[in-house]
Design a binder for this molecule. Structure first.
Ligand code: HEM
Length: 453
């Protein structure tokens, strides 16, 4: 056992509890300030012998998420609120359970299979755009609410071939109530336990029961009447453990279906809302995007065979994920005493790999705060350390839906930019809400203009 350094990294004097207002109001600003004042690894004491470490350097992120990942599981304070909604699942479990589920679920997210879902994504976006066609030119919409509606529509259809984005969808409503509750729990450390019959708790319990029953019904009816479908649920139901030949139970399937809904819709929606914002602010990038769409698609659909040619479209989305990473901090807890770059990390400490800060670190990005999709030209990517950019995480817990999300976003951007131009409504307050996925706090109001075909 090597002797570990006892040196502590730069430390905030006093305890985090003395800054509750700043942390609660805007954790992102607070951590950004800590990073700027104290450096790339900051210790923020929570109480005696218990600290939170903010890691804002690619090599620290790589240490936590990849090279020493076995020492850094996800913390309970994050897993527990999620568990209320989805039970034990790939997102919140560790060890053998996680490995078994990751292996069972991975094939459904393989490009070979995802290709079948491209058509579903295209047809969802087309029917969504049809609604936009009925709007007046210059009509104002909130693009953040709209992208959320679209990605929920795509999530439902790609997962179990049902549209749950409709206001009237009982499953959709139950899901939204549950999702808001998880959001609330994540952002308020001191909340009433679930058994206390507060209106909020009761609302959640009802929603959770409805959601569970409806998802179980879908699974049950699939078991009784298997349908010829390429959706993710069909893949998950067919998945078998290579060694034991076992598949997932109905309960496990139910948990994983809810997990994929949670993990897979707001992340993409939030990033897409920022994409439209950035495109509206950067006419030069928007024009370059149009040139690519014109030469590759010329008004046709971004079908699977054409996606690899939409390089700039994809770079626009990757650059958005750099500036507004939906998973802006990836929390972990130290299972054992450890040392990072000469600094001591005691067992039990909370850590976070701070993607938002690393994605804007001046040592690795020329103009850190500027929207420059050319940052994702292959020669530029090769110049940077791997963990200078990790919107989908890294190591074995890397996002299972990464290719799904990139495909979905490329399709949506390509389809919608060919048909509509979005113009920012002037004088509105646009702010990041750092509570969950960096979504725009007050939405983003845009005027919608139809393009003449
Ligand atoms: C732009 C969109 C997305 C972003 C930025 C994103 C980001 C991430 C990140 C950073 C992680 C790792 C978290 C950690 O290590 O603490 C993760 C995990 C995960 N993501 Fe995504 N995600 C996106 C879309 C999706 C989609 C579309 C799905 C599913 C359809 C999905 C499903 C999951 C699942 C199941 C995990 C847990 C994987 C595991 O622990 O093995 N994500 N995501």
């Amino acid at each position: 056992m090597p002797v570990l350094s006892r040196k502590s990294p730069p430390t905030l004097p006093g305890y985090l509890v003395f800054n509750p207002k700043e942390i609660k109001e805007n954790p992102l600003n607070f951590y950004n300030r800590m990073w700027k004042e104290y450096g790339d690894l900051v210790r923020l004491p929570i109480m005696p012998n218990y600290s939170f470490y903010l890691a804002a350097h690619p090599s620290y992120a790589e240490h936590i998420l990849s090279t020493h990942q076995e020492l850094y599981p996800k913390p309970d304070i994050v897993n527990k609120p999620f568990n209320l909604m989805m039970g034990e699942s790939i997102l919140t479990s560790e060890g053998d359970f996680w490995l078994k589920h990751r292996r069972l679920m991975q094939p459904a997210f393989h490009m070979k299979h995802l290709g079948n879902l491209a058509e579903v994504m295209i047809s969802c976006t087309e029917s969504f755009m049809q609604e936009w066609e009925n709007k007046l030119d210059g009509e104002v919409i909130d693009i953040a609410a709209e992208t959320l509606r679209l990605t929920l529509k795509i999530a439902g259809q790609t997962l179990f071939s049902k549209d749950i984005s409709d206001e009237q969808s009982v499953l959709g409503k139950a899901f939204r109530t549950g999702f808001e509750f998880v959001n609330y729990k994540m952002n308020n450390l001191w909340t009433e336990p679930l058994w206390v019959p507060t209106p909020r708790n009761q609302r959640f319990r009802r929603a959770k029961e409805t959601l569970d029953n409806l998802v179980l019904d879908i699974i049950d009816s699939r078991r009784k009447n298997p349908i010829d479908s390429y959706d993710l649920l069909s893949m998950l139901m067919a998945a078998r453990d290579e060694e034991t030949g076992e598949g997932m139970s109905d309960k496990q399937l139910q948990n994983e279906v809810i997990t994929l809904l949670v993990a897979g819709h707001e992340t993409v929606a939030s990033a897409l809302a920022w994409t439209w914002f950035l495109l509206a602010e950067h006419a030069d990038v928007a024009a370059k995007l149009q040139d690519e769409l014109q030469s590759v698609l010329n008004g046709s659909n971004p079908t699977l065979d054409k996606l690899p040619k939409l390089e700039y479209t994809r770079m626009v989305f990757e650059e958005t994920l750099r500036l507004y990473p939906p998973a802006w901090a990836m929390p972990r807890t130290a299972r054992e005493d450890d040392e990072i770059q000469g600094y001591f990390i005691p067992k039990g400490s909370l850590m976070t790999a701070a993607a938002f800060m690393i994605h804007r670190h001046p040592d690795f990005w020329e103009n850190p705060d500027k929207f420059e999709p050319d940052n994702f030209l292959p020669e530029k990517i090769n110049q940077r350390p791997k963990f200078a950019y990790f919107p989908f995480g890294g190591g074995q817990r890397i996002c299972i839906g990464k290719n799904f999300a990139l495909m979905e976003a490329t399709i949506i951007i390509a389809l919608m930019s060919q048909r509509f131009k979005l113009e920012l409504v002037p004088n509105q307050q646009i702010e990041i809400d750092p509570t969950f996925t960096l979504r725009p706090k007050y939405g983003i109001k845009v005027k919608i203009w139809k393009k003449i075909p």
